[in-house]
Design a protein around this ligand. Structure first.
Ligand code: BV8
Ligand code: ZN
Length: 240
C-alpha cells in the first residue's frame, strides 16, 4: 500500500488537470447510505419502484417518501475528509468532479467545479411545465404540486432508463477527453454512462487512480488502485 500511496502522490503532484468520478462511497463516511453495499439502499428498496419514471407514475407517494428520507439524511450529513481533500486539490491545478451523487456534499466542502451527472436531491421539477425549483432542505409535503400549473413535482434526478442532460453529458466527455489524470472514488462502476468514463480516460492515455473499499471493474485498468476508506486514503495522497 505504501508503494501505491507514493505512486498516487507523484501522479497527483505532476497533474495539471485532474478529472474525478465519485460515487456513493465518498459520502459513506458522512453517514449517507450507499446503494450496493450490505445495508445499502437497494437492499430494502426496489430500483423499479423508486428510481424509474414508471415507478413514479405508479406510486409517486412511495418515491417521494424514499427521496424525503434521503434528503433528510443529506441535510444532517456533513462533508467528510475525502470531500475536503478534493476541495483542497483545486488549489494549484484544474479539477473537475463528475459526481453520481445527488447529496451536494462536494459543493458544501468547497469544490467549485462539480458536474452532477444524476441531478440533485435539492432540486425538484414540475412534470407538467418543467419549472425547476431549488428547495433547499425544506421538508417537502408528500406529493408536492407546482405553483405555476398545479401538476405534480418530482425529484430533479436522473432515474434508470432516463437520458442524462445533454449539457451534462457534453461537460463530462470534455473532462474525460482533456484531463491528464483520472481519479475514481467510491463507485462500484456499474451504472452507465458514468462507469464508462474511467475506461475512456485510460484509453486516451490518462492514468487512472482508483480509491475504493472493494475491487471493481475499474481496478483492472487502474495505474494505481488503493483499497480502503476514501476518508482515510484521500488526505494521504492529495497534496496539502
Ligand atoms: C441512460 C438516481 C440513456 C439518483 C441513479 C449501457 C449498458 C448497460 C446498461 C445501460 C447502458 N446504458 C443505459 C443503461 C441502463 C442503466 C444502467 O446503467 N444500468 C446498470 C445498472 C446496468 N443506465 C441508465 O438508465 C442511465 N440512463 O443511460 O440513458 C439510455 C436510456 C434508455 C435506455 C438506454 C440508454 C441513467 C443512470 C442513472 C440512474 N440513476 N440514481 C439517485 O437516486 O441517487 S444511479 C445510482 O447508482 C446513483 O446515482 C449512484 O450514484 C449510482 C452508482 O452507484 P454508486 O455511486 O457506485 O454506489 P454503489 O453503492 O453502487 O457503490 C459504492 C461503492 O463505494 C462500492 O464499491 C463500495 O465498496 C464503495 N465504498 C463504500 N464505502 C466506501 C467506499 N469506498 C471508499 N470509501 C468508503 N468509505
Ligand atoms: Zn408546472
Amino acid at each position: 500500500m505504501k508503494e501505491n500511496i507514493k505512486k498516487a502522490q507523484a501522479l497527483l503532484e505532476s497533474a495539471r488537470f485532474v478529472g474525478v468520478l465519485t460515487g456513493a462511497g465518498i459520502s459513506a463516511e458522512s453517514g449517507i447510505k450507499t446503494f450496493r453495499d450490505a445495508g445499502g439502499l437497494w437492499e430494502d428498496h426496489s430500483i423499479d419502484q423508486v428510481a424509474t419514471p414508471e415507478g413514479f407514475a405508479r406510486d409517486p407517494r412511495l418515491v417521494w417518501s424514499f427521496y424525503n428520507a434521503r434528503r433528510k439524511a443529506a441535510q444532517n450529513a456533513r462533508p467528510n475528509a475525502a470531500h475536503s481533500a478534493l476541495a483542497r486539490l483545486e488549489e494549484g491545478r484544474r479539477v473537475a468532479i463528475l459526481t453520481q451523487n445527488i447529496d451536494g456534499l462536494h459543493q458544501r466542502a468547497g469544490s467549485k467545479n462539480v458536474v452532477e451527472l444524476h441531478g440533485s436531491i435539492w432540486e425538484v421539477r414540475c412534470v407538467g411545465c418543467g419549472a425547476l425549483t431549488c428547495r433547499f432542505a425544506i421538508e417537502l409535503p408528500i406529493l408536492p404540486h407546482c405553483e405555476n400549473c398545479g401538476k405534480l413535482l418530482r425529484p430533479h434526478v436522473v432515474w434508470f432508463g432516463e437520458q442524462l442532460d445533454p449539457k451534462v453529458l457534453d461537460a463530462a466527455i470534455g473532462v474525460v477527453e482533456e484531463c491528464d489524470l483520472f481519479l475514481v472514488i467510491g463507485t462500484s462502476a456499474v451504472v452507465q454512462p458514468a462507469a464508462s468514463y474511467p475506461f475512456l480516460a485510460s484509453r486516451r492515455g490518462a492514468p487512472v487512480i482508483e480509491v475504493n473499499k472493494e475491487k471493481t471493474p475499474v481496478t483492472a485498468i487502474a495505474a494505481v488502485s488503493l483499497l480502503g476508506l476514501a476518508g482515510e486514503i484521500l488526505p494521504q495522497i492529495l497534496p496539502d
